[in-house]
Structure formats: C-alpha cells, structure tokens
Design a protein around this ligand. Structure first.
Ligand code: AMP
Length: 189
C-alpha cells in the first residue's frame, strides 16, 4: 500500500503532482490546505478559527492539524493508500504522524522532496496569483509562507533522511515530465 508524504516549498508543484498520481494509483489525495480552505468556505467553527492564520500565511496549530489528519486517514478511501500534500509542516507534526501510523501498525512508504530552484518557485507562485484567487497568494504573504517554510518545514528534509525515507525529486520542468520522474521513482512501491 502506497503511503506518501509530499514535501517541499509552496509553489513546488506538490498539489498538481499529487492530484495526477492519486488518480493514476487510485489512492487518496489529502491536502490539508484544501481541507482548511473548505472549512473556511463552509464557515464551520474550525474555519472561523483558522481563517486569519491562513490569510496571514502562518501555520495553524499542530494539535488542530494533527486531529484533522488522524480523522482523515481513518476514512475508508485511505485503505488503498494516500498522499499527504502539505502535511507534515513541522517536526512536531512529523513526530505525531510517525506515532499515529505506528499505533495503526502502518508506516510511510516514502517521503518525496520536491527539489526546485528558488526562482522557479517565485515564477510559479506569481503565475498562480494571476490564475487562482487565493488570498494567501499576495506578494507579502507569499514571502511569509516561504520564510516559514525555511524555518519550520525545511528541517523535515533531514528528519526523513535520518529515517531513510527521503527521495529527492527533481521537480523543475513541465508537469508531465515531473510526473514521469515521480512515477519512475515509485515503480517498486
Ligand atoms: P497549502 O495549500 O498547503 O499551501 O496550505 C495553505 C495554508 O493552510 C497554509 O499557509 C497554512 O496556513 C495552512 N496549513 C496547511 N497545511 C498545514 C499544516 N500541515 N500545518 C499548519 N498549517 C497548515
């Protein structure tokens, strides 16, 4: 069963590649960003709590996001496997995920790190700003998201390297090319 984490900066193409791979392998695509945005749209209690945090490009509290994931991965569409896109984003979240899977007698297959050049990230985020009306894609919030990524999320590269789970994916280039590289890297999984 394929259980993947997609790790990388905002704008690296994780969401796009996760969507394609989840369709190809018939596994669940779990995007915490999408889940939180849906909660905001619904106007649920969770949505109200997280809206200002998301709009500012900051991270919502670990315990909240960990509860959300615990609930989500126990749903039946995850039985064939899943891709976590945008989670974990802090070492505490990664540790919670290890514990959560361990309790279920499960483990991650691989963590795919999307390696992209800084200028490519900026180009993609600028492009997205023009195409999707996401409040958190403004130039200032974009910078904040990149800063927080470096500070809170980049340490996960080493965390997963130490667990022998990290796979570096060259994530620059056309969507189809990247998908092909990704699929090739998972042939044995
Ligand atoms: P994303 O679509 O993955 O870029 O997520 C959009 C926003 O949702 C982020 O900037 C955070 O405010 C919030 N968010 C998504 N995933 C997480 C997470 N794992 N931990 C904390 N905040 C998150």
């Amino acid at each position: 069963m394929l259980k993947l984490v997609f790790l990388g900066p905002p704008g690296a193409g994780k969401g796009t590649q996760a969507k394609l791979l989840s369709e190809r392998r018939q596994i669940a695509h779990i995007s915490t960003g999408d889940m939180l945005r849906a909660a905001v749209k619904e106007g649920s209690d969770l949505g109200k709590r997280v809206q200002t945090i998301i709009d500012a490009g900051q991270l919502v509290p670990d315990d909240l996001i960990v509860d959300l994931i615990r609930e989500r991965i126990s749903q039946s569409d995850c039985e064939r496997g899943f891709i976590l896109d945008g989670f974990p984003r802090t070492v505490a979240q990664a540790q919670a995920l290890q514990r959560m899977l361990g309790e279920r007698g499960e483990s991650l297959s691989k963590v795919v790190f999307f390696n992209v050049r800084r200028e490519d990230i900026r180009n993609r985020l600028d492009h997205r700003r023009g195409n999707e009306a996401r409040a958190d894609d403004s130039a200032e919030v974009q910078e904040e998201r990149l800063r927080i990524y470096q500070e809170q999320t980049a340490p996960l590269i080493e965390f997963y390297q130490n667990l022998g789970l990290l796979h570096r994916l060259e994530a620059g280039g056309a969507i189809e090319e990247v998908q092909e590289r990704l699929v090739q890297s998972l042939v044995d999984e």
